[in-house]
Each structure stands twice: as structure tokens, then as C-alpha cells.
Design a protein around this ligand. Structure first.
Ligand code: ATP
Ligand code: MG
Length: 449
């Protein structure tokens, strides 16, 4: 486990060991190191967690010359701040009974390493690694990593009853690691799905976002949409909704999943662009109509999708940026584009060039995901994408702040201070965008006088 034991954070184990305590790396960092060792794809290495038999106060004493934060002292966790990052140190604990499906009634600090590992959610997360690289793996985490399986530690139904968030975590790990959920654990996801309702919406949404970024997100949603539907019925409503339309080969859910799978993302926008692609047609079931020829139509479905997305974002208390951006992308996914530089710049001004670029990615994904892709349409969107990049690279003017004159210049030319200033600037911008005037200070001032 050299990827772990060669890390500078090993100083935490050394210090605890030399003070006479047991200490191990545990949880996700061990899982990631094992996967790395097996040459498996590891999404993003998370933080380092350490487990020890030292009580929180004892840990604090060992690290009295470091900055220590009492992160969750009640649950036995303190955070040591190291130059390379924070390390959470948690005292071995066994969690007592759970009467609210969320929090243990009491935690006790008397447990052994094995007991501490037994309270963890999945076998792949229930391994520990010592300073010399030795792995403690009482539940077959190594075996399950090799066969790419998510398996609850102990009896799945009981483990989900203890903490309903584990349902979301199972789906998230399956999506992100590209693992299968073992049949007993999978069955328990369905029988215990109602427990998701007792979990804080923010925590569910955080897991959902992570899930969407996973390589296997599409298959997880296909298979477990009814589990997610417990807290997101709008998603489940797309399942099996046939479109009866020659442009579409798939039902609404399958179409949206395919769009989400193929949409081109960056590390910065993956969280919300995947979500917008998955939700882009979420308003279709409510706007369905059939014409005299038996063809299905979904008039105004982007507006309905936006309404539904806004509801979802409110219900899950999404941050403002995510809520606004996903809403805008969904609302505008049917925007009609032409390969026309002036028109494009007008839209870049109106929506922002990054929003517009993301709409184009959704449109490309949408076209592909019909199952009857139009190559001409695809080519058109690619051409427009290139045009947009050129406009940006050439630093062409398409917003007021790119304009070579400002409000003061306009006032100096005799426009009365007040709303007329903005109006005059707006008119100048349109003329520059349309190529009627160059973005040149003198020329613009001249045009005003
Ligand atoms: P990542 O950090 O990559 O999201 P992780 O497995 O490290 O994944 P954390 O939330 O950082 O997840 O938790 C660290 C460890 O704590 C887990 O590996 C697991 O052993 C344990 N754990 C976390 N949440 C739970 C839970 N709800 N129930 C049981 N054990 C949990
Ligand atoms: Mg972690």
C-alpha cells in the first residue's frame, strides 16, 4: 500500500504509534489505494481518514504542537491541520442503536479496530491500513474491489435502517466507481427506499450530484430510478413514457439518460451540466398531446421542464448558482441556433457565452440521444461551437463591458444622465455586434454626435 504509506500524512500514524496508541488509515483512502495498486481507475482521491484507539482528548494531546480542530468531538473526530491538508482522526467507535434512521443513539469509544470497521457502510470502505502497509480486511473488501462489487457490511436492510443515507451512498459509489451492487444489498435498496425521506435533503442532493458525475451513472439511474423516485418522483415519471414521435426512438427517461451520458463536460461544469442534461425533458410527461395522425407532441415542454426543475431545486435546497444555471439550461435547451455570427453574439450577450456554450453541448447530446441522430444538425451545432470559440478567441465585442466607450463618453456627447445612457450604450452595442460600426472609441463617439 505504498501509495498510502509513502504519503506525508503517515506522520499522524507515527506520532500516535510512538505515543503508544494504535492508529490506521481507514475508509475511502484505503479503498482508493487498493484500487490504485490493482491498476483500477480511481475517480478523485478523497481525503485521508485515520482511526485510532486514542480518545479525542488523547489525540489532541499528541498533536498539541499542531493546529487541531474539534470537528465532531461528540463522535470522536478531531481534525489535524497539516501543510498538505487536513486529516480527520476518529476514535474507534461502535455505534449503538439507531432509532431515527439517521443518527446513532449513542456512540461508544471502547471498541476495537474490528468493531470500528464493522460500523462502516460497505465492505470496500471497511478496511484499514497500518504504517507498514498491512491491510486489515475483516469483511472481504479486497475481494469485492477485485470483483467490483458494493456490498453492505452485515445485513443490508438493517444497515439502511440505521442510516438511510447509505442508500444514496450505495448508488453513488456504484456510479462513481463503476461497480455493481451485490444482489442482497440491491434488494434492500428497494425494500428500504422509503427511508430516504427521513434524510436531510441537502445530504441526499450532495450524493445525487456526485452520482451524476460517475462513469456508471446512466446504468445506476436505469436500474434504480424507483429508489431515487422516492425523493424525486419527477425523475421516475419519465420512465416508460413513450414519445410516439418519429424523431425519438426511446422513452423520455432513456432519452434523458443517454443525453446525460454523452454530454461533453469539463471538471468545472460536470456537476450541473450532467444534471441539466438529465432533466432537460423532465417536463415532457406533463405536456404530452397526440395529433390526428397519432404523432406525439410536447409543446412548451422546456418551460414546463424549467418549472419542475425549479421545484426540485427548491425542495433540495440547492445552492443559488446550481438552481439558476440548471433552470436556464433546461429552459433554453430548445433555442434555435443558426450559423450566424451576429445572432450568436446577441445570444452571447443575452445569456453569457459560457451558458450558450453549455446549451450547445446539451443540444448535441440531445440530438445524439434521440436514437435517430441527424448528422446535419450535429454538424451545424459543431460549426456554431467553433464560431463561438472564434468569437471568444478574437476577443470580439459582444457585451457592454467590451464596448470601447462607456457611460461617461455617452454623457459627454450630450446624452442626459439617466436611463437614456443605458439605452444609447445598448444601441451602440447592437450596431457593433451587427457590424454597422467598428468597436472603436472615436468612431463610436462620432456616431453619437
Ligand atoms: P469519498 O471521500 O471518496 O467520498 P469515503 O468512503 O472516504 O468516500 P467519507 O464520507 O469520506 O467517504 O467517509 C469516510 C469513511 O467513513 C467511509 O469510507 C466509511 O468507512 C465511513 N462512512 C462514511 N459515511 C458512512 C455512513 N453513512 N455509514 C457508515 N459508514 C460511513
Ligand atoms: Mg473520504
Amino acid at each position: 500500500m505504498d501509495t498510502l504509506t509513502s504519503r506525508s500524512e503517515k506522520i499522524i500514524l507515527e506520532k500516535l504509534n510512538s505515543a503508544g496508541y494504535e492508529a490506521f488509515f481507514a475508509g475511502g483512502c484505503v479503498r482508493d489505494a487498493v484500487m490504485q495498486k490493482l491498476n483500477m481507475y480511481v475517480p478523485a482521491a478523497g481525503d485521508i481518514d485515520v482511526t485510532t484507539n486514542a480518545l479525542p482528548q488523547e489525540t489532541e494531546r499528541v498533536f498539541e504542537d499542531c493546529q487541531v480542530i474539534e470537528t465532531g468531538i461528540k463522535h470522536g473526530t478531531v481534525t489535524v491541520v497539516l501543510p498538505e491538508g487536513n486529516v480527520e482522526i476518529t476514535t474507534y467507535r461502535s455505534d449503538g442503536s439507531y432509532s431515527d434512521n439517521r443518527h446513532p443513539d449513542k456512540v461508544s469509544f471502547l471498541a476495537s479496530l474490528e468493531e470500528d470497521l464493522a460500523r462502516r457502510d460497505f465492505t470496500i470502505n471497511a478496511m484499514a491500513c497500518s504504517l507498514d502497509g498491512g491491510i486489515t480486511d475483516p469483511f472481504g473488501g479486497m475481494r469485492d474491489i477485485r470483483s467490483r462489487v458494493i456490498r453492505a457490511v452485515g445485513e443490508p436492510e438493517r444497515r439502511f435502517e440505521e442510516d438511510g443515507l447509505r442508500i444514496m451512498r450505495a448508488l453513488r459509489f456504484a456510479a462513481v466507481l463503476d461497480f455493481e451492487i451485490e444482489p442482497e444489498t440491491a434488494r434492500a435498496l428497494f425494500t428500504k427506499k422509503h427511508l430516504l425521506k427521513s434524510i436531510s435533503v441537502e445530504r441526499v442532493f450532495t450524493e445525487f450530484r456526485k452520482l451524476l458525475t460517475g462513469r456508471n451513472a446512466g446504468n445506476v439511474i436505469r436500474r434504480y430510478v424507483d429508489v431515487l423516485g422516492e425523493v424525486m418522483p419527477e425523475l421516475a415519471a419519465m420512465k416508460g413514457f413513450e414519445q410516439h414521435n418519429p424523431y425519438h426512438r426511446y422513452d423520455v427517461l432513456e432519452h434523458c439518460i443517454r443525453a446525460m451520458e454523452v454530454v461533453r463536460t469539463t471538471p468545472e461544469n460536470i456537476g450541473y451540466l450532467k444534471m441539466a442534461s438529465l432533466f432537460h425533458d423532465i417536463g415532457k410527461p406533463q405536456t404530452y398531446s397526440v395529433d390526428d395522425n397519432g404523432i406525439g407532441h410536447f409543446y412548451s415542454h422546456p418551460a414546463m421542464s424549467e418549472v419542475i426543475v425549479n421545484n426540485i431545486m427548491k425542495r433540495f435546497r440547492a445552492d443559488n448558482f446550481t438552481a439558476r444555471r440548471v433552470g436556464t439550461l433546461v429552459k433554453r435547451h430548445d433555442l434555435i441556433f443558426e450559423k450566424d455570427e451576429c445572432l450568436l453574439k446577441r445570444w452571447m450577450n443575452r445569456l453569457g457565452s459560457d451558458v450558450l456554450a453549455e446549451i450547445l453541448e446539451i443540444k448535441l447530446a440531445d440530438n445524439f440521444a434521440t436514437g435517430n441522430m441527424s448528422p446535419e444538425l450535429s454538424q451545424k451545432f459543431c460549426d456554431i461551437r467553433e464560431l463561438l470559440q472564434d468569437i471568444l478567441a478574437q476577443q470580439q465585442c459582444f457585451t457592454l463591458k467590451d464596448l470601447a466607450v462607456d457611460g461617461n463618453d455617452v454623457i459627454a456627447c450630450g446624452v442626459a444622465p439617466g436611463p437614456d445612457v443605458g439605452k444609447a450604450l445598448g444601441q451602440l452595442l447592437m450596431k457593433v455586434i451587427d457590424g454597422e460600426l467598428p468597436n472603436d472609441r472615436e468612431a463610436l463617439i462620432k456616431s453619437l454626435s
